[in-house]
Design a protein around this ligand. Structure first.
Ligand SMILES: C[C@H](O)[C@H](O)[C@H]1CNC2=NC(N)=NC(=O)C2=N1
Length: 100
C-alpha cells in the first residue's frame, strides 16, 4: 500500500473530522472524549474488533474517559488510505458517544 500522494492528502485529510497531523511524523491523531470509562472502553473494544478485521491497528492510549489515537501505516512508514478508512470507521463508531 503506497503512502498518500500530495493530491490525495489535500482531498482526504481536511475531510476528516477533528484529526490533525502529528508533529514531526507522517501520522494523524485525534483525542476522543466520552462520558465515562465504560463508554470509552466499550468503544475501544468495538474498534479493536473492526481494526483486527481490517488488519490495520491503531496506536492508542486510554485515561478514564479519554482515548488518544494515532494512525499510521507502519509497513509504509506513513499515511495510506487504510489510515483514512480506519479514522472514518472510528468516527462512525463514536457518533453520538463523544462529549467534545
Ligand atoms: C503482518 C501484519 O499484516 C502487518 O503487520 C499489519 C498489521 N497491522 C498494521 N497496522 C498498522 N497501523 N500498520 C501496519 O503497517 C500494519 N501492518
Amino acid at each position: 500500500m503506497p503512502r498518500l500522494s500530495d493530491s490525495e492528502r489535500q482531498e482526504l485529510l481536511p475531510a476528516l473530522d477533528g484529526w490533525a497531523m502529528v508533529e514531526g511524523r507522517d501520522a494523524i491523531t485525534k483525542r476522543f472524549v466520552f462520558e465515562d470509562f465504560s463508554q470509552a472502553f466499550g468503544w475501544m473494544t468495538r474498534v479493536a474488533l473492526a481494526a483486527e478485521a481490517m488488519n490495520h491497528h491503531p496506536e492508542w492510549s486510554n485515561t478514564y474517559n479519554r482515548v488518544e489515537v494515532t494512525l499510521a501505516t507502519h509497513d509504509a512508514k506513513g499515511l495510506t488510505r487504510r489510515d483514512v478508512e480506519l479514522a472514518q470507521r472510528m468516527d462512525q463508531m463514536a457518533a453520538g458517544l463523544t462529549k467534545r
